[in-house]
Design a protein around this ligand. Structure first.
Ligand code: SER
Length: 327
């Protein structure tokens, strides 16, 4: 495994939370010369320098999408460009356009150029009618958010392109992703990232979700591992293809705050509820069953809440001059 596996990879949405770290992991694995990163925005701060070649791409412009794939001999696409849940609720029409029309372009370009395609789905694909405890892989999905509507539709469309046209589509249902490098852009699970920054910088945090709101979460190194492993998995072992439930931990705001207090005892938290995010969070699983991913392609996360917390506080503590923390 590793560099003996040859891939020519294009990432869309490379400046986002996942893209900005996945790009480096892919460059490390397949060689930076085999990676093309892209985003609708210019990489004005050189965030992706060293992770392959950067090019601007608006995924809604199919001809540009197609040329980049052709000109670079791309065989694998990681299609990460999308709006997250809270932003999508503010701009539902734009969310449909970016999340769905962008995906249709990614699927068409993959079909025409014989590319494998990774598309992340989300816990957001579930809704209030879904069993919220130990949420099964295959279950009722009637999301109430526009983000969720685009995610379920995306899962179905990826299945369709595989069945109808033989496109090698694959994907996972990500939970909230926590990382110390790039902030998430307007999701419901963002609090679980912000809380670490505020703990380090201010010693206190005002949480927008209620105590008791349990959600699945994952630390970035595991999200990267999932993204790479599923694309390298033997197709013959995959009974499902798109939208595997994957999780690494689940907690509510009180539990993550208590974990932080083990290292910063003076940390305090209060609440100011964002009703839009709260309604979304209550319609998402408390915790998912990810046994299909474990069985079909060997999914196994490495980070639980205590280990992730030590790592987050170490990273942010070093960055913001709190090297004295007991970790
Ligand atoms: N983190 C995402 C969101 O909150 C879930 O997929 O929108």
């Amino acid at each position: 495994m590793g560099k003996d596996i040859k891939k020519r990879v294009l990432l869309t949405g490379s400046l986002g939370q996942i893209g900005s770290e996945l790009a480096f992991a892919l460059a490390d694995r397949y060689g930076a010369e085999n990676i093309v990163t892209s985003d609708v925005r210019e990489d004005s701060h050189g965030i992706l320098e060293g992770a392959g070649t950067f090019t601007e791409l608006d995924v809604l412009v199919k001809t540009d999408f197609d040329s980049i794939v052709r000109d670079n001999g791309i065989d694998t696409i990681y299609h990460l460009a999308a709006l997250l849940s809270a932003v999508a609720e503010e701009k539902p029409q734009m969310a449909w356009e970016i999340n769905m029309e962008g995906l249709v372009n990614a699927l068409e370009v993959s079909k025409e150029n014989g590319c494998s395609l990774f598309v992340p789905s989300s816990i957001g694909a579930f809704g209030p009618d879904t069993p919220l405890d130990n949420t099964p892989q295959d279950t009722i999905m009637r999301p109430h958010s526009m983000y969720g509507v685009t995610k379920v539709s995306g899962e179905l469309l990826c299945d369709y392109y595989h069945m109808r046209f033989g496109v090698d589509t694959r994907g996972v249902r990500f939970p909230g992703i926590i990382s110390s490098k790039t902030l998430p852009g307007g999701g419901t699970t963002d609090y679980a990232v912000e809380i670490y920054y505020h703990a380090i910088l201010y010693g206190s945090y005002t949480c927008c979700l209620k105590a008791g709101t349990s959600l699945d979460m994952m630390y970035m190194p595991d999200a990267i591992k999932a993204s790479i492993d599923i694309m390298e998995a033997d197709a013959a072992s995959l009974k499902h293809r798109n939208a595997f439930n994957v999780t690494a931990m689940h907690f509510d705001p009180e539990v993550i705050a208590a974990e932080i207090r083990k290292h910063i005892p003076e940390f305090t938290m209060d609440y100011e509820i964002d009703t839009v995010r709260q309604a979304i969070a209550e319609s998402w699983p408390n915790y998912m069953d990810d046994s299909a991913a474990r069985k079909e392609w060997g999914w196994l996360p490495e980070y639980d809440l205590p280990r992730m917390t030590v790592d987050m506080l170490k990273e942010l503590g070093e960055r913001y001059g709190r090297g004295e923390l007991e970790l």
